[in-house]
Design a protein around this ligand. Structure first.
Ligand code: GTP
Ligand code: SPV
Ligand code: MN
Length: 601
């Protein structure tokens, strides 16, 4: 078999595994990815020649490519995502389970000969800086050039990783094949007991870039529980003022504002306060207890795989600047002038182009229901190197990570959840995280808008029984001598006419400001049954001009609505049976009592 690229490794197990997979998938060639610039150019050329990539206008978008996936392959498919363990209980009621035997057998059927006529690429990658004691190494075998080029941006790849692995280093075995991209033969399988991931039949980001959700969350969460740390679906950002920088992490469900918050630009009204915001990560945080007794966070990724639709120089100027070069755009509108565009994007759309489905597109075109024909899919994405972000923190690759002052949970709730509240203590904060609910977005297939429970924004990403996961959160609290405070935010509350009550985006710094003050033991707050809310004048709203009554609505807590919410929480918790930590049942009862007292008062 043709071997292309240098195989500079003496790792016998790795080589044997590559041979074994090549034996199943029977590619025409095996290529070891070294991560060099020359290799990148070669791959881009090949991708273009095979019609998988299109170079954009080199003047306007240097180093950028366009890619379109199949219309039925544009989001994560949670119903086709499995955790395969010996014991079904290990994955719990919120994950799909399959036995490892069945998983391997079914996927092997699809993988057999799936790479005939294609090349198998071997991508050694590191989640976290190469060589950091906190990093985890994976090797992804894939038949997709798109995957190789995306992994090159999202992770650290190539020879340095092989060097780090040495002759017998541990790695996660990641196998990906597009196969025939048939949704009926699509499976995203995780074998945490074997340190293995097999993904077949999809080329969409979260299903195919196996370092991201599959390794850095599902497999890592399993390892983290065993090893005493945390793998979370969180952004990491630093807030600098007067020479001091404080860091927060925030867990919001997919397409609920992590990238936006991570790259926030201080709003006009707070300009005089001299804030600077530093981006450390926009999607995943690995958290450990540091020698100083605080919780420290690292971003295991090296790039951003961000939602394109809605990104413009008003909502997220730093993201717009980040994607001007060396970026891969997936499922956006391709202009005939080799430009890209998306709804609520930047500038005027091109006069004509091809939309995400490959259909001819002009600004006035309508779909079959008479609605404007979408240029970009709502879950269209950009893949861009983190280092290109103007707000990237100078210490974003520090293997120690950054010390965390506050943990923020949030969801997309039209009603109920106030703009912000602070939990009473760590265990109550875990309850708040465990009961997050959010309206579904386009980031996963399914009905958009429906409210579902998404604890810690990890529902689709926790690699084991969520009852045990809640227990792990409780246990971690006891192990952190100086724990961060835990908050909940909601940027998405609406008024009676369906308009957002809070302007969001940069203005969210006003909420962060209060959160950080509270974390320091400052900032005024009023106690309510659900936790501490900002006192009437505690948020700095200078220059904001909120409509009359908006702030009252944003900060209102109606005990009867929260009492009604308890029903859904109970049903959700009941699924876990004996796995639900007693502490959470206690928190539930305590909240119920506090709500009663308040109603009576
Ligand atoms: P994943 O990459 O899927 O994990 O998502 P993410 O959490 O990084 O999502 P992102 O920041 O890309 O959020 C995208 C969606 O949230 C877009 O529809 C934005 O318009 C919307 N959004 C982000 N921040 C705000 C905000 O402060 N207010 C409002 N109303 N919408 C927001
Ligand atoms: C998400 O859906 O939460 C994402 C995109 O960040 S993906 O990597 O596709 O999961
Ligand atoms: Mn995400």
């Amino acid at each position: 078999m043709l071997e292309w690229g240098m195989i500079n490794t003496k790792h016998a197990k790795l080589k044997a595994w590559v041979d074994e997979v090549a034996g199943i998938c029977t590619p025409d060639a095996v290529v070891w990815v070294d991560g060099s610039e020359a290799e990148k150019k070669r791959l881009e050329k090949r991708g273009v020649a095979r019609g998988q990539l299109l170079p954009l206008d080199p003047e306007k978008f240097p180093g950028c490519f366009y890619s379109r996936s199949k219309p039925n392959d544009v989001a994560r498919t949670e119903h086709l995502t499995y955790i395969c363990t010996k014991d079904k209980e290990a994955v719990g009621p919120t994950n799909n389970w399959m036995s490892p035997e069945e998983g391997y057998r079914k996927a092997r059927e699809i993988l057999k000969g799936s790479m005939v006529g294609h090349t198998l690429y071997v991508i050694p990658f590191s989640m976290g800086p190469v060589g950091s004691p906190f990093s985890k190494i994976g090797v992804e075998l894939t038949d997709s050039i798109y995957v190789v080029l995306n992994m090159r941006i999202m992770t650290r790849i190539g020879q340095p990783v092989l060097d780090q692995l040495g002759t017998d280093g541990e790695f996660v075995k990641c196998l990906h094949s597009k196969a025939d991209l048939d949704v009926n033969k699509r499976m995203i399988l995780h074998f945490p007991e074997d340190n293995t991931i097999w993904s077949v039949g999809s080329a969409y980001g979260g299903n195919a870039l196996l370092g991201k959700k599959c390794l850095a969350l599902r497999i890592a969460s399993w390892q983290a529980r065993k090893e005493g740390w945390m793998a979370e679906h969180m952004l990491i950002l630093g807030v600098e003022q007067n020479g001091r920088t404080e860091y927060v992490v925030a867990a919001f469900p997919s397409a609920c504002g992590k990238t936006n918050l991570a790259m926030l630009i201080p709003p006009e009204g707070l300009k005089g306060k001299g804030y600077k915001i530093w981006t450390v990560g926009d999607d995943i945080a690995w958290l450990r207890v540091g020698p100083d007794g605080r919780l420290w966070a690292c971003n295991p990724e090296a790039g951003f795989f961000g939602v394109a639709v809605g990104t413009n120089s008003k909502s997220n100027p730093n993201a717009i600047k980040t994607v001007q070069k060396n970026t891969i755009f997936t499922n956006v509108l391709l202009g005939d002038d080799l430009s890209v565009w998306w709804e609520d994007g930047e500038g005027a759309p091109p006069s004509s182009g091809t939309n995400w489905e490959g259909k001819p597109w002009k600004p006035d075109f309508k779909d079959k229901d008479g609605k404007p024909l979408l240029g970009a899919h709502p879950n269209s994405r950009f893949t861009a190197p983190a280092g290109q972000c103007p707000s990237i923190a100078s210490n974003w690759e520090d293997p120690k990570g950054v010390p965390i002052s506050a943990i923020i949970f949030g969801g997309r709730r039209e009603r109920l959840a106030p703009l912000v509240f602070e939990s009473l203590d760590w265990n109550h904060g875990v309850y708040v995280g465990a009961t997050v609910a959010s309206e579904r977005t386009a980031a996963q297939t399914g009905k958009v808008g429906e409210v579902r429970r998404d604890p810690m924004a990890m529902l689709p990403f926790c690699g084991y029984n969520m009852g045990d996961y809640f227990g792990h959160w409780i246990a971690m609290g006891a192990k952190i001598p100086k724990p961060p405070k835990i908050f909940h935010v909601n940027w998405f509350r609406k008024d009676a006419t369906g308009k957002f009550l809070w302007p969001g985006y940069g203005e969210n710094l006003r909420v962060l400001e209060w959160i950080l003050a509270r974390a320091r033991g400052e900032g005024k707050a009023d106690q309510t049954p659900i936790g501490w809310l900002p006192a009437k004048d505690a948020l700095d709203l200078s220059g904001l001009n909120l409509p009359a009554g908006a702030l009252d609505q944003l900060l209102s807590v109606k005990p009867e609505e929260w009492t009604a919410e308890l029903e859904g929480v109970k049903a959700f918790f009941d699924q876990f049976g004996a796995k639900l930590p007693k502490e959470l049942a206690k928190q539930f009862e305590a909240l119920k009592e506090r709500l009663k007292t308040k109603v009576a008062a």
